[in-house]
Design a protein around this ligand. Structure first.
Ligand code: PEP
Ligand code: MN
Length: 266
């Protein structure tokens, strides 16, 4: 039997007026000033629907910046008050979920290093039981469509219907100009497995370098993705994580202006 998911359309939980959902913000919340100012500049663009910020950062190796944790949550509250925009945060444990919701985070996402682990995803699903919050699930680091599908099934099985996918590319060991190889076919197969599941492109983690963002975002729009999540920072070169791939809010605004977007269904 073909699997199916009970998923609500994107516009039932965030109004985009038929346009692709645009999420942007820093890889990591670093300081109150950095977060609030990035959010303020993004909101001034007038085209951003939600702000992202990493609070708990799953780094591949120890010794890198692992996020400000709970201390960053009041900054998110302030940025929300100042911009009126909803916030998205990565969660990897039941404790993250509890704290994020307590501080008014609006959208949760599961990171690529978490989607690979079914025990971890099940813990997240169990913590989401009875909660009404949108959840976006990044593809697992490795090119395994079944793992990605399994994560949706676990989270949908807990009653979450505001679900979406984020395609951020895969780590295969193969040489590529991109940090993570797109392997578009996997996202296309996900879409044909779950036609109602919205899919959002993450050109930032795919690219790894800001020079490739425009072309990757364009490919995602050409594939009719439902939105984009793009990292931005007021001072990208000095970002505490993912410095090479972040854009200033102004550069992000320009990137959007140069994108050809076919999909405008109201
Ligand atoms: C992120 O969004 O900053 C992040 C850690 O991404 P990923 O899980 O795609 O590596
Ligand atoms: Mn990042």
């Amino acid at each position: 039997m073909k699997p199916s998911l009970e998923v609500l359309p994107l516009n039932s939980w965030i109004e985009t007026n038929g346009k692709p959902l645009i999420i942007s913000g820093p890889c990591s919340a670093e300081t109150e000033e950095q977060l609030v100012e990035t959010a303020r500049q993004l909101s001034k663009l007038g085209v951003v629907h939600a702000i992202r910020a990493g609070v708990w950062k799953p780094r591949t190796r120890p010794g890198s910046f692992e996020g400000m944790g709970k201390a960053a949550l009041p900054w998110i509250q302030r940025a929300k008050e100042e911009t009126g925009l909803p916030f998205a945060v990565e969660v990897a444990t039941p404790e993250h979920i509890e704290l994020a919701l307590k501080y008014g985070v609006d959208i949760l996402w599961v990171g690529a290093r978490t989607t690979v682990n079914p025990f971890n995803v099940q813990e997240i699903a169990d913590a989401l039981r009875g909660v009404d919050v949108p959840v976006l699930v990044k593809n697992p680091i490795n090119p395994d469509l079944a793992l990605w599908i399994g994560a949706f099934e676990r989270i949908a099985g807990a009653g979450i219907t505001k679900l979406g996918a984020i395609h951020r590319g895969f780590s295969t060991g193969e040489a590529s100009k991109y940090r993570n190889i797109p392997l578009w076919q996997i996202a296309i197969e996900l879409k044909s497995t779950f036609p109602n599941l919205p899919i959002i492109g993450d050109p930032s983690h795919m690219a790894g370098k800001r020079a490739y963002l425009q072309e990757l975002a364009q490919m995602q729009m050409d594939l009719n993705y439902d939105g984009l999540i793009v990292e931005s920072h007021i001072d990208p070169d000095n970002a505490w994580s993912d410095a090479a791939q972040q854009l200033t809010p102004a550069a992000f605004g320009e990137m959007l202006e140069h994108l050809h977007i076919r999909k405008v269904d109201s």
